[in-house]
Structures are given as structure tokens and as C-alpha cells.
Design a protein around this ligand. Structure first.
Ligand code: AMP
Ligand code: MG
Length: 408
């Protein structure tokens, strides 16, 4: 167990991520119908339950023949049968014979090649093959794509649209996937009102609950948004205590800094949560809190709408994917070229919302949002990635930057 890090100096993003990963339990698994498995995490390997193709398959509409018979094409052969997709021809092709064959159909015994219909001329029950063909021409050999029993998709992969054909082809009417994490979202702040309200003097609408819900749902969370909590220690304690029932992960927005009315950390401590870290060398996102009570995880995220997004993608996303048994749980890093100077914060690594685009030469280009503060959610709406810059460093125009693409 990592000791309580109260009063400890800031930890790095990587240290924080490791603590999150170590302390995130993997939940159970459930079968879901193939129609509902997109985006979920495989909790079983997908095996080929048959050879593919299951027989020598024709790739063309044409004629199945013996290659030796057409060596000196043109060659005139007698049509002795037809092999259609789903209704193959069971006879054997002998010397001087041809079988009409369709794409996807079984190549009959005796034949070792298929010549396409465009290179043939038919008349009076005979076919003239106009061009020679080597053995195996236009034939996909039995079991050449996959043999029965091979694992084709592994446990821990997130199911994408292009995996569905594989899952369906091997008979998985249902698929075992990691359980959906039960996530609750609590926005705190006496200035925060619901989206349905017109903010009064000193008030703003709650955007964080909706952002966090959107981000979490995309990675399969079963999300419940709780009523907005006031900046009141006793009230917050009772709310958090109750929220931890029937919940795997609670995200609390706001109240994590050092202001007189920031009660998230004292509330967590007083209801018996263990705080693992509360200060990360990250901008934006320094006062991020990670805590646990039993096997329930709690993230306290700084309330600025951009900080909320950055800290969700930096930490909470990883935790939610680990819960589901995913193997790829960190954001995937790639490279892009800085289109202008980008500076990191002093003493803190920066994860800046950016736009990633491709220029006329096919180069990936990164541009910051000319970021004017972590409450600038209007500019943030245009971003599709994050750019990492090491503390105290700066990128100049043309430098290679470390970026993370976000799904949008
Ligand atoms: P806090 O982390 O509570 O100090 O809040 C930091 C800033 O984010 C303040 O300007 C808050 O008004 C703003 N903020 C806090 N919670 C929310 C929320 N749920 N939706 C939008 N803005 C918020
Ligand atoms: Mg607040």
C-alpha cells in the first residue's frame, strides 16, 4: 500500500498514473449480444471455430478446370456441371471437362484452377478457355486464411466496428466483455446551478457533470449524475458517503484547491477515505485528488471546465479502462509538428488541449488553442487532442511534439 501522501510534494503524471493503475480493481464480466458489444472490452479470446475458407473457394465467376488441359490455350472443354455459392458440384472434373463456377463457390475435385468468364467463350455446351492459367489461379485454398482453433482476437481488446465481422463469422452470438463501471458524478460549488436554470448573480451553470458524463459514457460507464452539492462540509460528507453505495467510481468536480470553501479533501478524510495523492505536477490539473474507500475509487478533479477534461483523460480514463480489463489503458502517444512556440509551465508538465490536423504534405500538425486560461471551454470545444510538454521546456515552431489524439 502506498502511504497517505498528505503534505508530500507534487508527484509526476507518471507516478500518479501508476498509483491509479495499481489501485484500480478489475471488475467482473458479462455476456452481451453481438449487437451491443461495440466499444466494450473483450473478456474472452475469440477463436476461429472453423477453417477459413472451409473449402477451396473460387474468387471469380468462371470455369473450374484442370490446368494441364488449358496449357496450350485456346482449349475447348465440355461443360459437365455447375458449382454455385452454397450449392457446390459434387462430381469430379476429368480430362477435357470444365465446371461453371461462381464467386464464393467450392472448387470441385479434379479441378486445380479457375479461369474467369471474361477469358472464355461458350457455345453449344462447350467452353473455350482463351488463356492458360497456373494451378491455384483464382482459388483461395481451404484453411489458408485461418485454421480452426486459432485465437483471432485477444482478451483485453476494445471491440471496434472492424472486429464485428470476425466475431460474427466465428459464431459469437454473444460476447463476454468487462462489466460497465458504475460511475457517479458530483459537481460541488455554491455558485453552480443546473443547466436548466438561469444563473443568478454570482452563479454559473454546471457544465462539468455533463462533460464528465459524456467522456465516461464513451468508455462504457454506466453514469449517474448527482444533484449539485453546496460548499458545506457536513452536507458534502453525507452526500459522498451515500454516493459511494452501489458505485465503482465517484468523480467529484471542484472544491479540491486550498480555498476556504474547498471541502472535498476534508470531507473524504472524515468519512474514512484514504487519499493517495492530492497534488500532481500537471498544468492544468495540479490539485487532482485520488482516493479510495474499500474498493470504491474517488477522483477529486479541479473545477475549471478545461482542467476537468484534462484530468479526466490523464487519469480517470485509464482507471475506467483498467476496471474493464482493457490492455491498452493509457492514451496512445504520437508525434506532430509544432506550428508555433508552445511553452510548458514552470515546475509542472503541461497537457494542453490542442487541435491536430494534417497539412498539404501529409504532416501531422499541432496547434494550441492559444489558451487563455483553464476556464476557456469555448476554445476547448475546438480541440481534438492533448499536447505534452515537459516542465520548464518549450517547443519552437517545427519541433516534434508528443501528442495524444482524443476520440471526438
Ligand atoms: P473549484 O475547483 O471549485 O475551485 O472551481 C474552479 C473554477 O471552476 C471556478 O471558477 C468554478 O466556478 C468553476 N467550476 C467549478 N465547478 C464547475 C462546474 N460544475 N461547471 C462549470 N464550472 C465549474
Ligand atoms: Mg468550488
Amino acid at each position: 500500500m502506498i502511504p497517505n501522501r498528505k503534505n508530500k510534494p507534487m508527484i509526476s503524471i507518471d507516478e500518479a498514473l501508476e498509483i491509479v493503475e495499481t489501485n484500480t480493481p478489475v471488475l467482473g464480466a458479462e455476456p452481451v449480444p453481438i449487437s451491443a458489444c461495440i466499444g466494450r472490452v473483450l473478456a474472452e479470446d475469440i477463436f476461429a471455430d472453423m477453417d477459413l475458407p472451409p473449402f477451396d473457394r473460387s474468387q471469380m465467376d468462371g470455369f473450374a478446370v484442370r490446368s494441364v488441359d488449358i496449357e496450350n490455350a485456346p482449349a475447348k472443354l465440355r461443360i459437365v456441371g455447375e458449382s454455385a455459392a452454397g450449392k457446390g458440384w459434387d462430381g469430379s472434373v476429368n480430362e477435357g471437362e470444365a465446371v461453371r463456377i461462381m464467386t464464393g463457390a467450392r472448387v470441385p475435385e479434379g479441378a486445380d484452377t479457375v479461369q474467369k468468364v471474361e477469358l472464355t467463350e461458350e457455345a453449344d455446351g462447350y467452353i473455350t478457355i482463351l488463356k492458360a492459367a497456373k494451378p491455384e489461379n483464382n482459388i483461395v485454398a481451404e484453411a489458408s486464411e485461418i485454421t480452426k482453433g486459432t485465437a483471432v482476437l485477444e482478451t483485453g481488446k476494445r471491440i471496434s466496428d472492424n472486429m464485428i465481422a470476425t466475431i460474427a463469422s466465428f459464431g459469437y452470438e454473444t460476447v463476454r466483455v468487462g462489466d460497465r463501471p458504475r460511475v457517479k458524478i458530483l459537481a460541488t460549488g455554491s455558485e453552480i446551478v443546473d443547466v436548466s436554470e438561469t444563473p443568478g448573480k454570482d452563479q454559473i451553470r454546471n457544465s462539468n457533470s455533463w462533460s464528465l458524463a459524456a467522456f465516461a459514457k464513451r468508455i462504457n460507464a454506466d453514469v449517474e449524475i448527482l444533484d449539485i452539492a453546496q460548499d458545506d462540509l457536513d452536507g458534502l460528507k453525507a452526500t459522498i458517503d451515500g454516493a459511494l453505495e452501489n458505485c465503482d467510481l465517484l468523480m467529484i468536480s471542484g472544491g479540491v484547491s486550498v480555498g476556504d470553501y474547498d471541502f472535498t479533501k476534508p470531507a473524504l478524510r472524515e468519512i474514512g477515505c484514504e487519499i493517495f495523492f492530492e497534488k500532481v505536477a500537471l498544468k492544468p490539473g495540479k490539485p487532482t485528488v485520488f482516493a479510495k474507500r474499500g474498493d470504491k475509487l474517488i477522483f477529486g478533479l479541479p473545477g475549471n471546465p478545461v482542467s476537468i477534461a484534462v484530468t479526466f483523460f490523464a487519469f480517470v480514463r485509464t482507471s475506467l479502462l483498467k476496471m474493464q480489463g482493457a490492455t491498452e489503458i493509457r492514451l496512445q502517444e504520437s508525434k506532430a509538428i509544432a506550428s508555433h512556440k508552445i511553452k510548458a509551465a514552470k515546475g509542472r508538465d503541461s497537457l494542453l488541449p490542442v487541435t491536430l490536423s494534417t497539412d498539404d504534405n501529409g504532416r501531422r500538425i499541432v496547434e494550441t488553442l492559444r489558451f487563455s486560461g483553464s476556464s476557456n471551454f469555448i476554445r476547448f470545444a475546438l480541440s481534438n487532442g492533448l499536447c505534452f510538454i515537459e516542465r520548464d521546456q518549450a517547443l519552437k515552431e517545427g519541433d516534434k511534439a508528443r501528442v495524444f489524439e482524443l476520440e471526438n
